[in-house]
Design a protein around this ligand. Structure first.
Ligand code: KIV
Ligand code: ZN
Length: 516
């Protein structure tokens, strides 16, 4: 039976966070980790501990709250990285260190500037050192997709002898075709011969990450690395929801292979990650896109009404999409109904979080006729990931930008003092952000701005996500704002990024640029 289970190794918090613009703060990472545990992932890759004190602390906090999933920290094959990784997961019930070094000729020659035998030596030392922190050690041959088979076998043999229990074969640049990937895994599976679990980690540069992961599973991989919504470096990683639902839907094809994932938590996980990162899956994205279960043509609608399976190979309820999603709360709904609804959406809130979310809901219900599940998900997520507010928006007035000069007057509370200022700009948004800069005396450079309507309707909540570089200190910090008024959401998002920056600016991100 054991061999029939494909382990799901989720790297949303590590490779996913490497998606341009997907950086998350500590509270956001903890909430996602808790949701991943609820989803039933076997291993949560919580981050790259040596990247910064902030990453270290986030992993360490995740390690102390997660009970059922293994918590893993990534480390290059360097003593200082492995030490940081080992210490960051110290409090975890189940812990893993994931160490890696590049094995392709191009990476060894140009990036590492090491000869193959030096790479093997470093890999052995890394695995042996990682073993002093935990028995569960994963070793990755970075850029395996472009590595030579004979060298892969040599290094894999050496690291298994040194104690590696999982061998990961990444197609780091998304280069392989599914048949090639499958053949490579088959040959390595025969070579490894059950001495370690084979894992794959496929990138999506040619749109083949899921296909390559599935081809690997067919040929002996028993762990797959993936992310929610397919987030990840460049074009992303393999989308977990697609792999899991393919195995479930085509269990006949895959000979009964299965995962430990509770698929009913897929939609909630996807929405949480989208809400937190501000990266919304495209509407036609398989499994979790807005249109994944929408039937537009009359022929299709008629068919589905006559028999669901005419045009649906997956039951919407299997991913957690229920009719209950159309149940609407309104102005007159009480705290009790609200609490029940929030619980049914899978949130487990403290009394304090419930109170503040209910307050937000009431304010929204005054402005918006119908409140949908997605409104509630957005409000609650916003509340539970809130960072301490050094600056708090008290008042915002803007001047129309059609005939006049775009301007804004803003009052912000800072340490019990209310500061008011006004400014002009090249557009209302510019005026708002410049005024906030003046009040806080911290200069921000807006590098990304996104607005999404949470639901349909002219009165929909506008969710604004901004990325801002403050005081020229990289990387950019993310902020969110949520309101029916887009300008107010924008001002809130900018201030939330400022608060995040101020809360973490001492945790220098020194290793991020050395990167992975
Ligand atoms: O893509 C990759 O090779 C990686 C490794 C660190 C596993 O992310
Ligand atoms: Zn990767």
């Amino acid at each position: 039976m054991e061999d029939k289970i494909i382990k799901i190794f989720d790297t949303t918090l590590r490779d996913g966070e490497q998606s341009p613009g997907a950086s998350m703060n500590m509270e956001e990472k903890i909430q996602i980790a808790l949701q991943l545990e609820k989803l039933g992932v076997d291993i949560i890759e919580a981050g790259f501990a040596a990247a910064s004190p902030g990453d270290f602390e986030a992993i360490s906090n995740i390690a102390s709250v997660i009970e059922n999933s293994t918590v893993c920290s990534l480390a290059r094959a360097l003593e200082r990285d492995i030490k940081a990784a080992g210490e960051s997961i110290e409090k975890a019930k189940l812990k893993r260190i994931h160490t890696f070094i590049a094995t392709s000729p191009i990476h060894m020659e140009y990036k590492l500037k090491l000869k193959p035998d030096q790479v093997i030596k470093k890999a052995i030392e890394a695995v042996k050192y990682a073993k002093t922190f935990t028995d569960d050690v994963e070793f990755s041959c970075e850029d395996a997709g472009r590595s030579e088979m004979s060298f892969l076998k040599e290094i894999i043999h050496a690291v298994i002898d040194a104690g590696a229990t999982t061998i990961n074969i990444p197609d780091t640049v998304g280069y392989r075709m599914p048949r090639e990937m499958g053949e490579m895994i088959r040959e390595l599976d025969e070579f490894i011969n059950h001495r370690a679990v084979i894992s794959v980690h496929c990138h999506n540069d040619l749109g083949l990450a899921v296909a390559n992961s599935l081809a690997s599973i067919e040929n002996g991989a028993r762990q797959v690395e993936c992310t929610i919504n397919g987030l990840g470096e460049r074009a992303g990683n393999a989308a977990m929801e697609e792999i899991v639902m393919t195995l479930k839907t085509r269990s006949d094809y895959f000979g009964g292979l299965d995962t430990n994932i509770n698929t009913k938590e897929i939609l909630a996980s996807s929405k949480m990650v989208a809400n937190i990162t501000g990266i919304i899956p495209q509407p036609n994205k398989a499994i979790v896109g807005k249109n994944a279960f929408a039937h537009e043509s009359g022929i299709h609608q008629d068919g589905v009404l006559k028999h669901q399976e005419t045009y649906e190979i997956i039951k919407p309820e299997d991913i957690g999409l229920n009719d209950a999603d159309t149940i609407i709360l309104g102005k007159l709904s009480g705290r009790h109904a609200f609490a029940d609804k929030i619980k049914s959406l899978g949130f487990d809130l403290s009394d304090e979080e419930l109170d503040s979310s209910f307050e937000r809901f009431k304010l929204l219900a005054d402005k918006k006729k119908e409140i949908f599940d997605d409104d509630l998900r957005a409000i609650v997520t916003d509340e539970i990931v809130k960072v301490e507010e050094e600056y708090e928006l008290i008042n915002l007035q803007i001047n129309d930008c059609m005939n006049g000069i775009p301007s804004s007057a803003i009052s912000i509370k800072h340490k019990d003092e209310i500061i008011t200022d006004a400014g002009i700009g090249n557009g209302t948004m510019d005026a708002i952000f410049k005024t906030i800069d003046r009040i806080s005396n911290v200069k921000g450079e807006l590098v990304d701005y996104r607005v999404n309507a949470v639901t349909e309707g002219k009165d929909a909540l506008a969710k604004v996500t901004v990325k801002v570089i403050f005081d020229d200190s990289k990387p950019a910090v993310t902020g969110h704002g949520l309101n029916v008024d887009t300008m107010l959401s924008s001002a809130r998002a900018y201030i939330s990024a400022l608060n995040s920056y101020l809360a973490t600016k001492d945790m220098i991100f020194k290793n991020k640029s050395e990167g992975i």
